[in-house]
Design a protein around this ligand. Structure first.
Ligand SMILES: Nc1nc2c(ncn2[C@@H]2O[C@H](COP(=O)(O)OP(=O)(O)OP(=O)(O)O)[C@@H](O)[C@H]2O)c(=O)[nH]1
Ligand SMILES: [Mg+2]
Length: 469
């Protein structure tokens, strides 16, 4: 089920790390999945401080106290009314968490802020679903059991090490474990969607069009004393130009450096030459791998069984996981299977980092993703986005970006009638960039023509596609 979770950091009153925001979303999705709802729902989650939550308590509950969490259900007793005809997710309600309170409670209970926020998230989702621990003993028992179960599945046990932010300092370097995992496969099989689902936040662009990912994108997941560094790679295909060669080279070069590989395939396809080549490389470099058969939400069961049979005859995969990166089905099964590849090694990234991309790189990827989504077929494949100026002020980020395309005619299409297409791309991109920066964004887009840049070594390098040594 594809649920939507919107998070806000109320007037940036508290310091919310990207990893904590991602974790909160992931926990809420897991709690909703556990409830096995038959419809997609939407939840809004706001982080604030003690003063912020005290105000809300005064206003809505007539109590002058700073609680840890407040939930505002849309439906009484969890009786969800939903219009079957609607494609939109059903709004289930609002959750507000005082991060300040959560931090002091975590300290008091002697566990991590990740565990505490996770607990508050599951607890309040259950409230939105109509459970109430204050009025029913059965509900209280069910809520506690569900909290433990959901947090357990996400590796947030009560007595684990505490990962995010300040807690990380408590983890002894000797206890740190690390694994580098490359995600590879044909174009469009859902590698980037899978990475985003594992991290719990959008770190890689996703679109219906093949060859969306152009370079290596890192997504970092730190939980407890474990750090998984995922490398999402461009889909393997037969290159038609120098950009394509660069992309395929980026994907292939990520393989030998990895501790393990996640090969992503679909159940609807035969084994392609690209997949065969990856498997040959796994053998050549003696690399362990797991196979994720993605898009189970749309694939037929008999196809799935045939695919499992075919692939397991070709290679001794450590695990084969049918999953749906889109709905989240079985995505939580992946980390436990990757645990065996961890090495006793110091972390490479701080625990609150979810990607090594700079804010500029992420902004440029978001803009390109919107072009891929808004434009027909060939044109977006010939575009590149550069960030000419990125200025972060206390309440606003000002960005000036240039979109390169290959022909005058393409420029006209990108701009659209009266600038309508470019305006749309800017609006969608701005909304996404505001979500990741937590600030208002002023985005200024310009379109330029650079003929055949995809086949020019010089232009490729100028646009940031630098060859590896
Ligand atoms: N139905 C369904 N669609 C999915 C699933 N995972 C991804 N998709 C869709 O498949 C398309 C491609 O997804 P991406 O994540 O961009 O695929 P990719 O493998 O990273 O593609 P490249 O970067 O081009 O190699 C998008 O339209 C996704 O929404 C899934 O589990 N189920
Ligand atoms: Mg991709």
């Amino acid at each position: 089920m594809k649920h939507k979770i919107y998070t806000t950091n109320n007037q940036s009153k508290v310091e919310l790390t990207p990893s904590l925001r991602a974790l909160a979303k992931k926990v809420i999705i897991a709690a909703l999945d556990d409830a096995e709802l038959e419809i997609p729902v939407e939840i809004s989650l706001t982080f604030t401080d003690n003063e912020g939550i005290r105000e809300l308590n005064k206003k809505y509950r007539n109590k002058d106290v700073p609680t840890d969490v407040l939930s505002f259900p849309m439906f009484e007793n969890g009786e969800i009314e939903y219009d079957d005809e609607s494609d939109e997710p059903c709004a289930l309600g609002d959750i507000v968490i005082s991060l300040e309170k959560a931090k002091s409670q975590a300290e008091e209970y002697g566990h991590g802020i990740d565990r505490e926020v996770g607990f508050l998230c599951v607890h309040s989702v259950l409230h939105l679903l109509g459970y109430d621990h204050e009025t029913s003993k059965d509900d209280e028992e069910y809520m506690n059991e569900t909290c433990e179960y959901v947090l357990d599945t996400l590796g947030l046990k009560r007595n684990t090490f505490n990962a995010p932010s300040d807690e990380a300092e408590k983890i002894d370097e000797k206890n740190m474990k690390t694994a580098f995992i490359s995600i590879v496969g044909r174009p469009n099989v859902g590698k980037s969607t899978l990475l985003n689902a594992i991290i719990g936040e959008k770190v890689a662009a996703v679109s219906k069009k093949p060859q969306t990912t152009r370079g290596k994108i890192t997504g970092i997941l730190t939980q407890g004393n474990e750090q998984y560094v995922f490398i999402d790679t461009p889909g393997l295909h037969k290159p038609k130009n120098k950009l394509g060669e660069y992309m395929v080279n980026a994907a292939k070069s990520s393989v030998p450096d990895a501790d393990a590989i996640v090969l992503v395939v679909e159940a609807t396809e035969n084994i392609t030459p690209a997949d065969k080549e990856i498997i040959e490389n796994l053998k050549k470099f003696n690399l362990p791998a797991i196979l994720v058969i993605n898009k189970t939400d749309v694939s037929k069961k008999d196809r799935l069984l045939i695919t499992i049979d075919k692939y397991s005859k070709m290679f001794d995969f450590k695990a084969i996981i049918p999953a749906s990166a889109l709905t989240g089905e079985n995505v939580n099964e992946i980390i436990p299977e990757l645990r065996r590849f961890l090495k006793n090694e110091k972390w490479f990234f701080p625990s609150d980092m979810i990607t090594d991309q700079t804010a500029r790189q992420m902004a440029s990827e978001i803009i390109r993703e919107k072009l891929l989504r808004l434009l027909d077929d060939e044109i977006p494949h010939g575009t590149a986005v550069t960030i000419e100026d990125y200025t972060e002020k206390p309440n606003i980020v000002e960005i000036r970006a240039e979109i390169y395309c290959e022909k005058e005619a393409h420029k006209k299409i990108i701009i659209g009638k009266n600038g309508a297409t470019l305006k749309k791309a800017a609006t969608f991109a701005r909304e996404d960039i505001e979500k990741i920066t937590g600030k208002k964004v002023y985005l200024n887009l310009w379109v330029k023509v650079k003929e055949n840049w995809r086949d020019s070594e010089l232009n490729l390098s100028r646009l940031g596609f630098k060859k590896e040594d």
